[in-house]
Every structure is written in C-alpha cells, then in structure tokens.
Design a protein around this ligand. Structure first.
Ligand code: URA
Length: 444
C-alpha cells in the first residue's frame, strides 16, 4: 500500500479494507522513526476520516489495530475484580480522579489508561501532572505492581501501551479532528480493551460542552462503543449524561486536583457526587459486590466520606512518583505547600443582576481556559497548570447583583475587557427558582 493512495481513497468516500487500516495504524506507530507516514499525511487522513466517516467494520478494524499496536495486560489472578471507567470528555470532568481510589478502597482493581486534554476538555493526565513528581508514563510491569499493591493507577498511553492512540490522540487534539464518532470510539475502546477488564462503564456526554451535541449522535457513539467492545470480548455499559454546565466547581489542572482532594475529604458538589457514586455503584454491582447500583453508590460515598479513598489516593501518588512529603501535604489539604506556582492574576467576575443561576456555559469557559494556557495548540505545548477557573456559584444557587460568581486564575496581559465580557455572558441568571437536575439521561 501507499499512504497517499489510502488518503485519496478515504477522501473520495470509499471503504478501507481491514488490511489497509492495519497498514495505516502500523505506519502511524512507525512514524517516530520518520519513515512511512509524515505528520502532514496523518493530519490529512484524520481529516478525511472526519469528513467521510468510517462504517462499523472500518471502526472495528481501526480499534482492533490500535489495541494490538502495543502490549496487553492479563489480570487472571484478580478475576472479577478488574474494572474501569472512561469518559468522552467534558469541562471540569474530574470524575476518574476520586473514582479510581474509591473503587480501590472497595477492594477492586483499576488499571486506568487515561488521556490528556483534548480540544476544549481537560485531560486527567495533565491534571495529575500538575502534582510535582507525578508520573503518567509507567511500564507494564510497574502498572502490574501498582495494581497488586495499591489497587489503582492512572497512566497514559506509551510506546509500549497503545502507541497508536498515543500518536493519534495528540494529533487529533491539534488538527480539529476530535469530535468524530469512529475516532472517539477507536481511541477509547482500544485503550480499555488492553486492560483485561471484568467490567467497564463509559460516560458518553451530550450537550453544548460535549463532543456530541445531539442525543442521536451520542446514542450512535454509545452503540459503536458497545458493539465494538462486545466484538473484542469486553463488557461495557454506557451512561448518557447531559453536559451543558461545568462539572463541579473547578476548571483547570491544579485547581481540579484541589477539588479532587476536597472530594476525597467528603466535601463534594452534588453534580460530581451523583456521577462518581453512580459509576462506582454500577461497577460494584457488575462484579457482584452488591445487589443494586444504588447500594453500590452508597458504598462508594462511604469510602469518600470515611477517608479510605483518600488513603488509596495517597498510595497511588507515592506509587506513581510523588514524594511522601508532597503526597502528605496534598492529602492534608496544604495546597500552598504543594503547588509552588500560583497564577499571576486573579480576576473576579461579578453578576450583572440578581436572581438564580439557570446555566453556566461550560463550552465557552473551557475554550477560554484553554486559551489562557490550560490547554495546547501544538503537540507538546507546555501547559500552565496554575491557570484555571473557580465557580463560586453553581446552577441552582441564588446570586445578588455585583456578587462574585467566578474567579479566573491566569498569567495573561491578554485578559482584556473582551475576555472578561465573554465570561460575564457565560452565566444565565433568571428571576425564578431553579432546581439542579440529574445529569443522567439513560443507562444502556
Ligand atoms: N477520550 C479518549 O480517550 N479518546 C477520545 O477520543 C475522547 C475521549
């Protein structure tokens, strides 16, 4: 095969064969040695896929090839204990961070391969790397050791573990090819399929701050992921969840770690609590640790409130390279001792009128946060971990005119009146009572 021919074939809307897809993925993995495929060709192929799509068979083949691009785990000795959760991505979505240690505190094993920031959404790995010393690149043996000893780890794709997704993920982030059903399905399922799981729950977000804005698209993505998982022998369930407002009170990297630690002290906002406990409850039930999901959710909440999840979080930090001293300071909520670097500016935005908060435009805030330095515009761009936003008010809260509703932490002289205006317009305040609703649309 020749890569230019494959690009033209897809650009013209034709179906790629299994062998052609395998060749493409193999070439992607060899691209580090600058031979078979050039970066420009990779970008062109991703854009062709974005516009022309991949049918179910092509999507299955790309997922299977990505999964086989690296090593795979075998957790036989932990049978019926190995679980994971993955999200399609959101603004302020830090669910995995408290969930993995909470499940480990229940005795489960969570070998979580996660991702960096993608588009306007934050990445679990970037958030963790804001903790001094935290290492997201771990060898297979190291991960196996963490699973035996701690019960959980949160790591990234490496040259050894799904190298194909490592490259495609970073390229999609900077080529406008993130919100594409077969590429999301391939990326997520190929990572989870190497983890030798007993149960998997997928959070497919839908709404204005999700990659899928419409319910029909989200249902199609869910269906692709369930069917591909099934063909790969992986048992996956999907929660379709509404994502219009930021999740929790923090958007950013360092600040979402702070929110996670607060959550592990039982100080958790209701929207985050609902999803962390529901996913935990679902997984506990799937591996027969309880009768119902509700019962499981109660167990997870207990682990968050009684400090057992925090103990696991601390062990995970130390296991993944953080010094005991930093881990202790962080777990004791001594944030200033952990995060040496603070944003140069804190801009407080105030409400323009009195009333109740009906909505907060998560997409707008996610994009602004990324522009202020919390995200990337080129592969390998440095991230400013200290950049972020803290919601003082959340949906359903009362607010008075001139009361602060959000704080923005940034280093930028570019934070001008236009920026401030965009944030000001991201809140919708109404004169009637607002109740915050469940974000779970349905479970498949
Ligand atoms: N998470 C992933 O791992 N991949 C995607 O494409 C989107 C979310």
């Amino acid at each position: 095969f020749r890569i230019p021919d494959l690009i033209i074939k897809k650009r013209n809307g034709h179906e790629l064969t299994k062998e052609e897809i395998e060749y493409f993925i193999k070439s992607v993995c060899e691209s580090n040695n600058n031979s078979v495929i050039q970066e420009s060709q990779l970008g062109a192929m991703l854009m062709a896929i974005f516009f022309k799509g991949l049918n179910f068979n092509e999507s299955y083949y790309i997922t299977d090839s990505m999964m086989k691009s690296g090593a795979r785990f075998s957790f036989k000795k932990h049978r019926n204990l190995v679980v994971d959760k993955h999200s399609t991505g959101g603004v302020g979505d830090k669910i995995s961070l408290p969930l993995a240690p909470a499940l480990a505190a229940c005795g489960l094993k969570i070998p979580m391969i996660s991702g960096r920031g993608l588009g306007f959404t934050g990445g679990t790995l970037d958030k963790l790397e804001s903790i001094p010393g935290f290492k997201v690149s771990c060898s297979k043996e190291k991960i196996e050791g963490l699973i035996d000893e701690v019960g959980c780890c949160i790591v990234g794709q490496t040259l050894e573990l799904n190298p194909a997704d490592r490259i495609l993920y970073a390229t999609r982030d900077i080529t406008g090819t993130v919100d594409c059903i077969p590429l999301i399905a391939g990326s997520i399922v190929s990572k989870k399929a190497i983890e030798d799981l007993d149960a998997l729950v997928l959070d497919v977000k839908v709404g204005r701050a999700a990659f899928m804005n419409k319910l029909e698209q989200a249902e199609l993505l869910a269906d692709y992921m369930i069917q591909i998982s099934r063909k790969l022998g992986l048992k996956a369930g999907v929660f379709l969840t509404r994502h219009d407002n930021p999740l929790g009170f923090a958007i950013g990297n360092q600040i979402e770690i702070i929110e996670t630690v607060e959550c592990l002290h039982g100080n958790i906002s209701s929207d985050l609590e609902e999803l962390v406990t529901s996913y935990g409850g679902y997984l506990l039930q799937r591996v027969d640790r309880c009768e119902t999901m509700k019962e499981g959710a109660q167990i997870v909440l207990e682990k968050l409130k009684n400090g057992e999840a925090l103990v696991k979080f601390r062990q995970m930090l130390i296991g993944q390279g953080v010094s005991r001293e930093i881990a202790d300071q962080l777990c004791k909520r001594n944030y200033e001792a952990v995060f040496a670097k603070n944003a140069v500016y804190v801009s407080t935005i105030r409400a323009q009128l009195s009333g109740n908060v009906k909505s907060i435009h998560a997409l707008e805030l996610g994009l602004l946060c990324s522009k202020l330095g919390a995200g990337r515009s080129k592969a390998g761009d440095d991230i400013f971990y200290e950049v972020g936003m803290k919601l003082i008010k959340q949906v359903g809260d009362k607010v008075e005119k001139n009361e602060p509703w959000i704080e923005v932490y940034h280093n930028s002289e570019h934070f001008d009146s236009q920026f401030a205006h965009k944030i000001m317009n991201s809140i919708e305040i109404v004169d009637y009572a607002v109740t915050s609703e469940s974000s779970i649309i349905k479970i498949i």
